[in-house]
Design a protein around this ligand. Structure first.
Ligand SMILES: NC(=O)c1ccc[n+]([C@@H]2O[C@H](COP(=O)([O-])OP(=O)(O)OC[C@H]3O[C@@H](n4cnc5c(N)ncnc54)[C@H](O)[C@@H]3O)[C@@H](O)[C@H]2O)c1
Length: 268
């Protein structure tokens, strides 16, 4: 292990993954943080998904614990942060990865119903705020910490579904708020904006909806300027590793696209 986050105590919210053929952003990030020396609490609504991630961390010689929590429930979010304090003595890193669009029933603004709008905001935005709410005091006690919130290039482009679009813009607002208000606590907060990624979250719902897998992949690949191929969960994980490490100690409040130049080419 090269130890870019050696000894740090980390919580990865949504560190399991949607089942599929490739690795998800959250799982890749949890694995990479552990490879680089962090002790990781892997949190997921589906405990077995978190346990799969932890099994790999341990098989690779790292330190991890699985924790079941639904980010919609404040008591469960608080307990997940508390598990990191109890098990590893504090919280240095909070990685807020939970988010979904199609899987939550997102739709165009004229088709969405109120209950679905509320559910998308609870999962994609309120959950990230709740994790910040409980992690910030723990980080303050340590003299600082790093928060990364996963937004999306949907925040910067003409994404067709209103719940995802608006929550991912708001995630940037939350990130800037925390960066500004908690800089004097030594806490950094940054957002990552993944673009077109070859992850189960992106591919499987479209395959399940009836488009052949090869077609889904080919269409998405064709819209990526850099190398004409989607990114992977590892691309997001390496950006997160940098932002969580002390190499980024003077960087806070940024929104980092990880999108193969999709945004600058108008393909985000
Ligand atoms: N994959 C992409 O193409 C892409 C593109 C842009 C942005 N993103 C963002 O990346 C993040 C997720 O990427 P991923 O590849 O890790 O997805 P993923 O679906 O593989 O992993 C997310 C995990 O979160 C868990 N989860 C869902 N709802 C939860 C809840 N209420 N409480 C606790 N856990 C819950 C799921 O069980 C899953 O294991 C999201 O924020 C998403 O918006 C993804």
């Amino acid at each position: 292990m090269s130890g870019r986050v050696d000894g740090k105590a980390a919580v990865v919210m949504g560190g399991g993954q949607t089942p599929g053929e490739t690795i998800g952003n959250g799982r890749a990030t949890a694995l990479l943080l552990a490879r680089e020396g962090a002790r990781v609490i892997v949190v997921d609504r589906e405990l077995e998904r978190a346990e799969e991630t932890v099994a790999t961390i341990r098989a690779e010689g790292g330190t991890g614990e699985a924790c079941a929590a639904d980010v919609r429930e404040e008591t469960q979010v608080r307990a997940a942060i508390g598990a990191c304090v109890e098990r590893f003595g504090g919280v240095d890193i909070l990685h807020n990865n939970v988010g979904a669009s199609l899987a939550l029933g997102d739709a165009p603004a004229t088709d969405l119903d109120v209950a679905t709008w509320d559910r998308i905001f609870e999962v994609n935005l309120r959950g990230m705020w709740l994790a910040c709410k409980w992690a910030i005091p723990a980080m303050r006690e340590r003299g600082g910490g790093s928060i990364v919130n996963i937004s999306s290039m949907a925040a910067r482009s003409a994404y067709p579904l209103v719940g995802y679009k608006t929550t991912k813009v708001a995630v940037i607002g939350l990130t800037e708020y925390v960066a500004a208000q908690h800089a004097r606590d030594g806490i950094r907060a940054n957002a990552i904006l993944p673009g077109l990624m070859n992850t189960p979250m992106a591919i499987e719902p479209r395959v399940a909806a009836g488009t052949p897998r090869a077609q889904v992949i080919a269409q998405r690949d064709a819209n990526v300027p850099l190398g004409r191929k989607m990114g992977t969960g590892w691309d997001v994980a390496y950006a997160a590793l940098f932002l969580h490490s002390d190499e980024a100690r003077f960087i806070s409040g940024v929104s980092l696209p990880v999108d193969g130049a999709g945004g600058v080419a108008g393909r985000g």
